[in-house]
Write a protein that binds this ligand. Sequence first.
Ligand code: 13P
Length: 234
Amino acid sequence: MKIIAGNWKMNGTRTGLETMVRDLSSVETENTVILCVPFTMLGVKSDCVALGAQDVSRHTHGAYTGEVSAQMVADTGAKYVIVGHSERRQYHHETNSIVRDKASNALANGLIPIICVGETMDEKQAGKTMAVIESGVRESVPSDVNTDIIIAYEPRWAIGAGLTPTAAEIADAHALIAKTLADMGLAGTPVLYGASVKGNNAAEIMSIPNVDGVLVGGASLKSDDFIPIITSVK
Ligand code: 13P
């Protein structure tokens, strides 16, 4: 059983999500299917797929115009929230410490945070991939976790670029994340791979050791693209 999560980013409409949910309702799978959608689409009825947000405030409540708290996300019935996505880290300067606060708020409100880590092209070229991944996990995961979390490894240079690391690179990254989580007392935490996952590479990627599922961007927007990923593995 794998976790197949979609990240719609700033795309879609409520009607589009309703259509997607209808399309997914006829898919037979034992995998866990999650769609992380814009805040405005949370609350759409979706029995066959769990919904999540794509970000949450690092603050709990109060005078933060435009922010949405973890409590508000949970109030919609959502079960998950992505924190520390590379686009948040890049465009909104989110650091590991901000991401950790967001993950803590999510956990305090019963949400499962999907905590993203991954290296930029500059970091990769400087040979820092492993160091960035390890510090990302150690510094972004709250210290007092005693419930479910999910980690997503997303090599930032590969997102939306049609590029993927080699299978050996993915294996090395996931082995390091699994070892780091075990060191932190979090053995068994699911680790997803994300960046340019499509129907034609999903099965191969999910056959790599320590890859417990995928976090899919562009190919999660249309059911014709997303369903083959969901059904590519048992
Ligand atoms: P793409 O699948 O479009 O590369 O996006 C990956 C991603 O950022 C998922 O969070």
